[in-house]
Design a protein around this ligand. Sequence first.
Ligand code: NDP
Length: 486
Amino acid sequence: MKTYQMLVDGAWVAAESGKTFAVMNPATGEVMARVPEAAAADVDKAARAARRAFDEGWRDVTAQERGRILFRLAEQVRKDAKALAELETLNSGKPLMESEYDINDVATCFEYYGGLATKLHGEVLNVPDNALSLALREPLGVAGQIIPWNYPLLMAAWKIAPALCAGCTVVIKPAEQTPLTLLELARSFETCGVPKGVVNVITGFGEAAGAPLVAHPAVDKIAFTGSVEVGKRIMRSAADTLKKVSLELGGKSPNIFFADADFESAVDGALFGVFVNQGEVCSAGSRVLIQRPIYRKMLDAMVEKAKRIKLGSGMDPATKMGPLVSKEHMERVMRYQEIGRKEAKVASGGGRPREAELQKGYFVEPTIFYDVDNSATIAREEIFGPVMSVIPFDDEKDALRIANDTPFGLAAAVWSRDIFKCFRMVKRLQAGIVWVNHMQPTYVEAPWGGYKMSGIGRELGPWGAEEYLQVKQVHINLNEAPIGWY
Ligand code: NDP
């Protein structure tokens, strides 16, 4: 079993305390590695290293060179894609095909921001004076980044790539459950030309390692993806040092099916929307709204297909759904299944699978609850597992009322052949991402982030880089005479 070290100031180090913790394979419940358990002292070293790296060199590295480093990282990811995808599956549980898809997206993300580095520029402003007025874009400085376990390396790429593109340095903390792929990739940082201290990776728990990163005075910005509760805590703590904060906090996204939608696509789209990645997806379409004329028919068709979803180790090519990430999370999802059984009717699943070979892993059945009232707990709270709440609706107005009646606003999808109806819905849905006749496709070129309690700021595309930049106004007086005021 491998014991990892973490990357601080270009060196591979243990935690100062010498403590480590176990990283599990969720399909078997076995320990697969140990990693350092960082605490405030380790975070302090990493934050100071990132500060030094920013002040003493990285801020002067040209955009072209930063771009080249990002391209090299992309190339490295493509070279190591097979090993990274396998490790991602072993550590997170997701089917290998999904990990392969994610790792390809990781490389694409580094490529995109490699290209964008030389396209970030300022503006010349038309001020009413004999002057040159400029708005320059400059890097914020040191970025602290805290990421979750559902797309481990992809979430790291979504944060590291725009930060380097913008010229920031980084201290990143992966989730305690899934630190391995980032640690593996970090072994290539030096050969890809990332100077020491520019990206530091610390492993540890949220309270002990994440919280000191948020509070650290050398850190200028925090980028976080995870739960609303922790997001709020981060915002409160960041207020003390007035850090910029960007938050991506998940949701309870409506996936809306009108009676005139293509039926087969609708059934597939509803299942994919919430069962992909075991439902551990911030944009999961966990509220499936179906118009009454097709309600029963679509429910039956979804149940029929859901029952055939093959659970198993992500390494088995036949597997369509892996285990949940941890025992703790499995128990959390099972508590929601229990609540759901009291609040609504069970159409499919509702517990743990019975097969003997699945007992050691953290598997739960793909579950469909129906006749769910939108006020039910299973329609309001983010479950982050393979649990679908099916809700009937009458017409467009009713669908909108239900869809927007949630504290969240990350994503929504609408399915219909009527383009006018689709556009009316698009305009009224309160969500940062709206899909029409699809759910979940995500591209590095397009903005990602939430309305309402789903977060603050946007990732990906040029918006992602903006989160790591600040604007400096420069006024260059072209009059050679004195102001002449006094
Ligand atoms: P958390 O929000 O607790 O964890 C996300 C990240 O934040 C992890 O790296 C975690 O570290 C870190 N963290 C935890 N507490 C603090 C803190 N006080 N200060 C700084 N960082 C901290 O999510 P969970 O893993 O506990 O999952 C719980 C629920 O959150 C899920 O069921 C789901 O509903 C939601 N979630 C949403 C995600 C999204 O994509 N929007 C992703 C993951 C979860 P550590 O791993 O050590 O706890």
